[in-house]
Ligand binder design. Structure first.
Ligand SMILES: C[S@@+](CC[C@H](N)C(=O)[O-])C[C@H]1O[C@@H](n2cnc3c(N)ncnc32)[C@H](O)[C@@H]1O
Length: 206
């Protein structure tokens, strides 16, 4: 099991309270919409302190929560009504066989991973053919907002454990081996403009 870095411990000290407020302001409903299609054996990458956990359908055969930050793993919320496993791990090298999940999910994670293209290739590898990737990410905006996000990303990376405000997640997804089947754009209910634009949707392993 890996120990948390100072940056990870700082992030774990403020993120759960910050995000809990955002969830209460409406983000929880977006998580529920994202996760309603989860089926069978399901993997969540970068589960954080588990804000998505209450929103999974109770019919899952197993929910595996992967979280590399030990200080967040300790705070992970769980469920008694479905088989649930919490694991340390890295999206760049998922420690699971090919085609071993029916569903993979990620919420607000691809802004932080070092190599999103590699992580998306790993999502594709561990999904069974026909399996679905359910995503929910904050992304780069357009015009002046995009320019502001470019400007503030170096600061945001330092303050928020590597979070890029200006990742173009849809372009990364389009270049990945996954096939996008559903996308909608909305806004995070927060006053912080750098993380407001959201993309939520579904991609499949064909
Ligand atoms: C902004 S938090 C989101 C947490 C949670 N998914 C949520 O919606 O509240 C980003 C998460 O991605 C995780 N993360 C960052 N790099 C990762 C990687 N390479 N593999 C797996 N998780 C990673 C972080 O530890 C953190 O829990």
């Amino acid at each position: 099991m890996t120990a948390s870095t100072l940056g990870q411990r700082c992030f774990a000290a403020w993120y759960p309270r910050f995000m809990d407020r955002v969830d209460r302001a409406g983000q929880a409903g977006l998580r529920r919409a994202q996760l309603a299609a989860a089926r069978g054996r399901t993997l969540e990458i970068g589960a954080g302190n588990g804000l998505s956990v209450p929103h999974y359908p109770a019919e899952l055969t197993e929910l595996v929560l992967l979280e590399p930050n030990a200080a967040l793993r300790e705070q992970l919320s769980t469920r008694d009504d479905l088989p649930l496993t919490v694991l340390d791990g890295d999206a760049h090298a998922l420690a699971f066989p090919d085609a071993s999940f029916d569903t993979v999910t990620a919420s607000l994670v691809f802004c932080s991973v070092r190599d999103p293209a590699l992580a998306l290739a790993e999502v594709h590898r561990v999904l069974r053919p026909g399996g679905r990737f359910l995503f929910h990410e904050h992304v780069r905006g357009t015009g002046a907002l995009g320019a502001l996000q470019d400007l503030l990303t170096p600061v945001q990376r330092r303050l928020a454990d590597g979070c890029h405000a200006n990742r173009d997640f849809e372009a990364l997804l389009a270049a990945s081996p996954l096939t996008v089947t559903e996308v909608f754009h909305t806004r995070m209910p927060t006053a912080l403009p750098t993380i407001a634009p959201l993309v939520i949707g579904t991609a499949e392993r064909r």
